[in-house]
Each structure stands twice: as structure tokens, then as C-alpha cells.
Design a protein around this ligand. Structure first.
Ligand SMILES: NC(=O)C1=CN([C@@H]2O[C@H](COP(=O)(O)OP(=O)(O)OC[C@H]3O[C@@H](n4cnc5c(N)ncnc54)[C@H](O)[C@@H]3O)[C@@H](O)[C@H]2O)C=CC1
Length: 393
């Protein structure tokens, strides 16, 4: 779209003095506006644009191929999702920096080096230029170059800073593999070096059977004195990683673990109650949060609603019942069927913080139900739904 040329004043607005001052036509659109316009235009052709980007990257820079999984299906979606997220935050520098720093640190486990960034930048610009041709202009290109230069520098700096602090990945030996239902296994893992994390967080895991395919799982217990980690995994039909972790993995197998991520953690400075909704294997981080409250000794009222499609799928209920018996401030409510509806009728929840974890549609409708019951959005926490949706666990 052409920018209005200097001097063309929108006549309709000049005689309405009560309106806010009109944008002067000589104001060029901001970088953020140009980037967003490109992304809006790209959305319907995102698959083609991403395929073109990778084809170009791998043909011009074959050395980058080994950073990516053999099968690229899920990867394609991730790149575009990350770009969309960056574009959405383009006019919120603090949020953008935080997102990019996290991405930069997270990329260490893939073996990403600073020299890879210009190669990716060239392929990205070529893909944008080709697939957003109708909205492309020298100004748009300049905006993207500035954005990409800034974002890659932030990622590179964050990765470099992290190098002094933490390994790029940890090795984790499976010590125990407990089959809880036909589809769900609980894994106990011994990391090769101390693995600090906060209950409520998650980590990416890679199995030896699908190199460079990483999937996220929440820590299912608070940090233990013996340093062991625990994860709950459901084998989903198209899930390579989840299926191998449930059906193939055995004690002695060694996985790779990325760094801890996520901010669904307990604010120990607050003193209200906790309302927790855990659906299916989404109960994993909820159990870690409950253990965290117990260890903290503040006895905050905690109501856990644990949902499953069938009674037999409430695979962790015994452990939660044990916690309930030991801690009078904790109530556990098993729910067979849709979880949000079951919770909706129980409110209101004044002075409660909510924690939601489970299938993305459950989390979405849970947020809607709690908001309708009067809970302030700032008190409702859950993992990033895009991360969850991009994951075939
Ligand atoms: N394994 C892990 O560490 C973690 C897993 N998750 C996510 O949790 C989910 C668990 O999936 P499954 O065990 O297969 O759960 P599931 O499909 O068996 O459902 C669990 C509960 O959610 C309810 N539910 C499902 N869809 C719903 C909807 N559209 N509206 C309202 N309620 C709904 C069900 O009725 C049930 O109560 C996955 O999406 C996974 O990505 C989230 C955090 C951690």
C-alpha cells in the first residue's frame, strides 16, 4: 500500500475540531506498523512462505540443516509463530526483549551460533519480500532489517550471557518408567548435573529416537533433595516424542533436557488462596505447585480440581489424596468430564489466584469461566497456549 504523499491532507477531518489531532500525513508509519502489516498479509500464505524460507536457507547454507530435525512439519509452524509473537510485541520493547532473551537462551540446545543469524536473516527477508510482495516497499524492508538486527543481537547476547551460567542442555538418565494407564507413563530422571528450576515450570525434552525433535513437559514434582526430576507423559496418536517416551523408553535410556522455562509459578509474597485446575497430564505442574506451597509452610488454602475424561484416567489421584491427608489447607476435587463447568458453579473466588493447566481448549474455557465469575485476569495464570498448541506431546 502506498503511503500518502506529503501535502495530501485528509479534508474530512480538518473541520471537526473536537476530534483528536489528525495524524499528519507526513508521519511515516512506524516500524511496528510496517512489520504488522507484513505479518497480516503473510498469515494466509504462512505455510508457503515458511517452506520457501527453509528451502532457501538450506540450499544457500547447508551447514544450518543439521540444526533442525529431519522431519520439519512442526518446525515450520514454530518459526512463523515466533515471528508472529515478535511482531505482536514490536511496539512493546520490554516484552519483546524478554521474549527474545528466552528464545536466545532456548536456542543454545539446538547448537545455534552467532554466525547462523545472518544466514537466517537473508533467507527470512527473501521469503518476506516474495510472499508479502503487495505490501513490500523500501521502508518495509528497512523496518524488517532493523527489527531482525535488533532481535538477533538480543538473542545472541542472551545466549552468550547464559553460557557462563548454565549448560546448553543436560543429559538425563531414565531411572524409573511407571506405566500408569495404557497411554500415560510417569518418568523419573536423573540429570547429569544439578538442574535448578521453580515448581510450575517446564522443560523441552529430546529422545534418542527422534534427534532434534524437542517437546515440552512440566516438572511434576517440586525440586527434590536427591535432584531427581519427574515428568508425566501421555502417548498421543501423532506424537513421536510422547509415544516413544511412553512405549519405548526404559530405565537406562538417556534423554536431553533443555533449560527450565515458564512463569506459572507461585508468588510466595501473596497470601490469598490458590485455585488450581489440572486436566489430564496437565495435573503435573499443579502437583509441583501444591508441593511448593507445602514446603513453604504458609498453609494457603488450595483447591485442586483434577479433571479427566474417564475415571480410570485420574492416574495421579492417589498421590494428590496423600498430599490432601497430610495438609489440612488442601482440598482435591476429582472431576470426570469438562473441568471448567464443574468449577464455574463453585465460585466466587475472592482473594484467590488461579492456575490452569491442561488441553488448550480447557484452559481457554477455564479462563472464560473464572473471568465471568469475577476473577481479575491478572490473577489467572497458565502456560503460553501457543507453546502448548505447537507441541504434539
Ligand atoms: N504432560 C505435561 O507435563 C503437561 C501437559 N499439558 C497439556 O495438558 C493436556 C493434557 O491432555 P490429556 O491428558 O489428553 O487431557 P484430556 O483430553 O484427557 O482432558 C483432561 C480434562 O480436560 C477436559 N477437557 C478436554 N477438552 C476440553 C474442552 N474443550 N473444554 C473443557 N474441558 C475440556 C476433559 O473433560 C478432562 O476433564 C495436553 O494438551 C498437554 O499439552 C499441560 C501442562 C503440562
Amino acid at each position: 500500500m502506498a503511503r500518502p504523499s506529503p501535502g495530501t491532507v485528509p479534508a474530512a477531518r480538518s473541520d471537526t475540531p473536537a476530534d483528536p489531532p489528525p495524524e499528519t500525513p507526513s508521519d511515516p508509519p512506524s516500524d511496528a506498523a510496517l512489520v504488522r502489516r507484513t505479518l497480516d498479509h503473510l498469515a494466509p500464505v504462512a505455510d508457503e512462505a515458511t517452506a520457501y524460507f527453509y528451502a532457501l536457507l538450506f540450499s544457500r547454507h547447508p551447514e544450518t540443516r543439521e540444526l533442525f530435525p529431519v522431519a520439519m512439519d512442526a518446525q515450520r509452524d514454530r518459526l512463523f509463530q515466533a515471528l508472529l509473537a515478535a511482531g505482536r510485541h514490536a511496539d512493546d520493547p520490554a516484552a519483546l526483549t524478554a521474549l527474545l532473551a528466552r528464545l536466545g537462551r532456548g536456542h543454545r540446545k539446538y547448537g545455534t551460533r552467532p554466525a547462523h543469524y545472518p544466514a537466517v536473516g537473508h533467507a527470512l527477508l527473501a521469503a518476506l519480500r516474495r510472499h508479502a510482495a503487495e505490501v513490500w516497499s523500501p521502508e518495509t524492508e528497512a523496518a524488517w532489517v532493523r527489527l531482525y538486527t535488533a532481535l538477533s543481537q538480543t538473542m545472541i547476547d542472551a545466549a552468550a550471557e547464559d553460557e557462563g551460567r548454565a549448560p546448553a542442555w543436560w543429559l538425563g538418565e531414565i531411572l524409573a518408567h511407571e506405566q500408569r494407564t495404557a497411554d500415560i507413563a510417569v518418568l523419573t530422571i536423573r540429570p547429569d548435573q544439578p538442574y535448578p528450576f521453580t515448581p510450575g515450570q517446564y522443560a523441552a525434552l529430546e529422545t534418542p529416537w527422534w534427534p532434534r525433535v524437542w517437546r515440552h513437559y512440566s516438572f511434576a514434582a517440586a525440586p527434590r533433595a536427591d535432584g531427581l526430576l519427574s515428568f508425566h507423559v501421555r502417548a498421543v496418536p501423532a506424537g513421536w516424542v510422547s509415544t516413544s517416551l511412553v512405549r519405548r523408553a526404559r530405565p537406562g535410556d538417556v534423554l536431553r533436557l533443555g533449560p527450565p522455562c515458564g512463569s506459572m509459578t507461585v508468588d510466595h509474597g501473596a497470601d490469598g488462596g490458590l485455585l488450581c485446575l489440572g486436566g489430564g497430564t496437565g495435573i503435573a505442574p499443579i502437583r509441583a505447585l501444591v508441593e511448593d506451597v507445602a514446603r513453604h509452610g504458609t498453609a494457603r488454602e488450595t483447591q485442586v480440581f483434577y479433571g479427566a475424561r474417564r475415571e480410570g484416567d485420574l492416574y495421579d489421584l492417589d498421590a494428590l489424596r496423600r498430599l490432601e491427608r497430610a495438609n489440612p489447607w488442601l482440598s482435591v476435587h476429582p472431576v470426570v468430564g469438562p473441568l471448567p463447568e464443574a468449577v464455574g458453579g463453585r465460585g466466587p473466588w475472592p482473594a484467590f489466584d488461579a492456575y490452569l493447566s491442561g488441553p488448550p481448549p480447557m484452559v481457554r474455557s477455564g479462563v472464560a469461566v473464572l473471568t465471568a465469575a469475577g476473577m481479575a485476569p491478572g490473577r489467572i495464570r497458565h502456560d503460553d497456549l501457543e507453546t502448548l498448541a505447537a507441541d504434539v506431546r
